[in-house]
Design a protein around this ligand. Sequence first.
Ligand code: ADP
Ligand code: MG
Length: 948
Amino acid sequence: MQQWSRFKKRYPDCVLLFRMGDFYETFDDDAVTVSKALGLTLTQRTAGVPMAGVPFHQLDTYLRRLVAQGYRVAVGEQLQDASLAKGVVPRAVTRVVTPGMVVDDALLDSDAARTLGCAIVHETERGDMAFLAVIDLSTGSFRITDMRAASLVDEMSRAGVCELLYPEPIVSRGVKAGGAKPHKEIERALRALSIAGTPRPGWHFRQDESREALLSHYGVKTLAGFGLRDADPVVGPAGAILRYIKETQTLSEEDTRGLENAPGVHLARVTLGHLRPPTRVQSERFCVVDAVTLRSLEIERTMRAGAGVSIGGPGSDRSLVGCFLGGTGEKSCCRTPMGRRLLAQWLVTPLRDVAAIEARQRVVACLVEDRELAERLGEELGPIQDVARIAGRLSLGRSSPRDVVGLARSLVHAPAIADLLDAPPTRGLRDRLAKAAGATEGWAKHVVEACVESPPAHLREGGLFVDGFDAELDECRLLERDAGSWLSAYQARLIEEHDLPSLKVGYNRVFGYYIELPQAQARSAPAALTRTQTLKNVERFTTPELREFEQKVTSARSRGLERERVLLAAVCDEALSRLEAVLDYAEAVAELDALGAYAEKAYRKGWVRPEVVPEAVLDIEQGRHPVLDDVLGTSFVPNDALLGGHASGGMTDPSLALITGPNMAGKSTFIRQTALLALLALTGSFVPAKRATVGVIDRIFTRIGADDALHAGQSTFMVEMIETANILNYATPRSLVVLDEIGRGTSTLDGLSLAWAIAEHLAGSGDAPGPRTLFATHYHELTDLEERLKGRVRNLHVLVREWPPGDPHAQIVFLHRIMPGKTDQSYGVHVARLAGVPTGVIERAREVLGSLAVHHGPMADAEAGTRPEGSRPEQSSRWRATAVATTPDREEAGQMSLFTRYVSHPVVDELREVKIDSLTPLRAFDLLREIVGRVHADESSSGSEPKD
Ligand code: ADP
Ligand code: MG
């Protein structure tokens, strides 16, 4: 238990799984925790010490469940074969598994990166700046970046950070330990992403400490090669994250002292060589896609699917990523897990560099045109395993024989793939693959030849290397295999020598080799046989010769196993010495696969190559929604979009498009589709359109109105306004802004006024052009802006047909076609009927609509922004549902009369029903009290209009 307490002290915040024989045991509080979390039986070790254990071969399953529930788990292993240990079996914590440090295949989602982040926040004169280092331990990618602290959440969510390290808050006097909080931005990020936070000692983040950690790990003299100045603040978190990984993934010296040469000790070689040098993410090279945009454009998952859905998994099929990766096997456009992860990453980090985008396009074009090449490449890529993650496990000393063979089999494809890539656009990839092939081919061939067809998952029983590969191994195996024939020969000899026809020589696992005689003959057993065991009908014997043979066979077996282990270790070492090339190969394959996926999609669906230009233009002809188009097929109606850029005659095209139209007409679809096409184009993909010109974008902003159905009611008006404020403050003439039903979250008047002012702001003024903006709204009053802001705003509307035309009871038909000009009707009543609202209600709504239309004041008369104070109608939100008709006093106040006041309440209806003459005074009083009570209750439950 001393070892246990030592580990527990070292990893106080972890659940400690402590290997004892065939179980991983937990003790004390851990046992209570684990038994609850995993539903295990709680027992006692010695009186009063709770204990719970899991069988060793189920470690992965239980680890996954514990980590998924947010626990940090330290795994204490036995380092030595228990039978060879003198005294207590030496143990060590071989790894710590936390949400950000999962590397085992069984615990990982192959399509999504799962990373560990480490951040600090500095308060500077430019405002709070965040410095972030992110490592994907499973593949070794290591990225560093700095940004405004407000963008930390977005950056972390894009990078797939599942756990964040941060400097332990300094506990000043007077504050209880644990009372100080991390920096507020860090706290905000932890909360927003609901991920685990891990405080680390402040000195780990010190510049000199961190610099030292980086220099020594990468064996370099200066950080300049990584594009880092010594004084760069990001060095702090970069060093701290490296230190954390070393600390948790390598064996502590204290645990392994003096064990190097002990018998039966196999210390895994952990090099962490797969950790690539940190690369700086230069945000100015990418188009920023923040978390709100990711969600509202449904890039990684659909909004309905919620955050729990994994990328590429079920429920994500209708997302943009899912439209490439959805389905398995043939349906998916990617062939390898590395390609899938890279594609998902590309789709959230569009580029700003035209040349880089075009370089990708050229490869895609080449593969779209040369289908034979694309198909042959697909065949070559198909069998390639997750090389990046295998390399990671190798370097963490945690690879299995299957990993090693899988790696070798994946690498032998390299020359064949390189040979296929002869076309000019693919030569860059070819050279990278050829270089990797050069460094690994020999090793890979050697391993493929040396290992069996279906390698074992572990080496406990051996059986990895083929016969004839190693003489010593062959000799051991021969001895073992020949045992059978030796034994039968020996049996024959004994029978003849002693004239005992029923004598048998046998073997079992517990007693080993034995000679067996039936009871009757046992009595006349010759003295040469030594009795060892008496069973019911038989007696067992042995001889010195048999013992000697047994010794030889068992030692041959363990010698063989040991030999296989040594051979495997050598193979791994050789792979490790080529790790750099292996990782390069993984990267090149991922790129080729992702580009192949773009080509595949383009070919299957007839997507076209967009023209990408530096100007702030967005011009799409006959664009289709990449996901809906798949779902609806030919019934999807393509639409054009044109924002900014130079129209004919030197005039600049309006950069703001205002889209009006009834509910369900296709406004949201159109604006999302346009944004998605722009985004796709900037990742190098082709797009579903007849023709497209996309100017680079520095950032895509989106805001989807609070109670849009798509938003599943998770938002409030406050969130809507925060997000809008963000857009208004940060959008530049290079940005793309997508606003859907802005202002819906508040009263109509407020909403309309805000929407109006926001649209005006985004339309730009004077010489300052606004961002390219798609503005869908149900406030058709806004269409007046086209006239008022000539050349800056263009009205678009979605075409709807009434049938029969002009009939008040007409059915409406949605044509989903976007046309220039405005709508002046919202057809809400028609939509309600389509939705099955009862006829009575529909009829009443028509009446009300009729009376409203009479009073409807033209928006142009009311100067936007100069409306009187206190214009929020005083009805509560719940009562608005029963609103009817307008009242004259509102009009006198100069307000737009479409803002109506309720004159009806369920209580009023009830009052109408009351027969006052037939009520007793007592009953009347009761009724009055009840009604007053209900009115108050209604007020308090609906009086919660956002005041913040
Ligand atoms: P709105 O935002 O105007 O209320 P949506 O964009 O949500 O309308 O579209 C409503 C429905 O209409 C979508 O779910 C889709 O099924 C259909 N739709 C939208 N655009 C198209 C289109 N271009 N072609 C075919 N169907 C469409
Ligand atoms: Mg909509």
